[in-house]
Write a protein that binds this ligand. Sequence first.
Ligand code: PLP
Length: 394
Amino acid sequence: MTIAHRMRNYMERASWIRKMFEEGARLKSLHGAENVFDFSLGNPNVPPPPSVKEKLQAIIDKPDGSIHSYMPNAGLPATRERLAEYLSREHGVPLTADHVVMTCGAAGALNIVLKALLDPGDEVVVPAPFFVEYGFYAENHGGVLRTVPTQSDFKLDLDALEAAIGLKTKVVLINSPNNPTGQIYDADSLKALGEILRRKSRLAGRAIFLVSDEPYRKIVYTDDPVPSVFQAYENSLVVTSFSKDLSLPGERIGYAVLHPEARDGQAVMGAMVLANRILGFVNAPALMQWILPDLLEESVDVGIYRAKRDRLYGALKEAGYDLIEPPGAFYLFPRSPVADDVAFVRILQEENILAVPGSGFGGPGHFRLAYCVDDRTIEGALPGFARALEKARK
Ligand code: PLP
């Protein structure tokens, strides 16, 4: 075998995604892309705010070659300082540049955090459904993913989490607003989780870290801001990116930030910075770091996503689908009308609708729709959604 056994195994595990892409491509070539309703990808379709282009143009025109240079592995000091000021307000704790590492997206941040914290066999406890890449990321660094069910509305099940967190747990990884469910975890449940983690850390004789993955923090439809884990538990980290809130997923820019009172904070920061280097990221993309300080208060027009959510949620509910109204992110996660979610996704494909089976996210019996798509796609798909439900009920 030329390639590593583990990679062959991963490629098999990931093959259902490829098959879905292939089926989508086949349908598009057969019927024309405009007649296929693709809800399978979380690729933001709302443009970045105009200020992104303005700032980029201004920095490119600067007669200073050093904008493209290598830099400290943690990122540009001035960018980290500005970010720390902003994050101190957002999370309500005093942060400095020394608590922030710039990364290649949220994915890069998750990988440096897990590299810094995990020893072989350490468990990463994750509420399900969850972002499908977490399993790969945990295994990249010798960790073992342990999934824990959530409640029927996808809120945290604290009893189930408490039962799952044991002597092998090193990290509890949560994602709010959530992909694929759109759910947000409230401040009380985060506080209760913090208490559980304090107790369990004492029992284990080591700190269990709470890692909060938050790329959708600004994509919310509630009046209240998303509660911060930093208000709930000191041994915590936030990882995130500008992929969704500034619509810059291809630019690979994000960061990890550590609670200022985390145990062995300096060592954790040092390990993350070294991980950025030895994982081959070296540093996060330079141009993005130059423009970020002036963009921290900005975001895409969330009203556009809200209108899409309202339209698709309302129409599916009216058609008879069983689903929650998600308070954040840009996904719906309806219950599949038949137990086998893969079978229902095939029925949707017969209607030229592309969705992702929930079992791929550890949420069997559901399917995910990414509504970061044209309004035309939503409107065009509605009759097909209604017909698919009728077919499934026969
Ligand atoms: N975490 C979650 C929950 C996501 O949905 C995504 C991307 O879709 C990521 C992390 C990765 O984000 P990035 O593209 O910034 O690496």
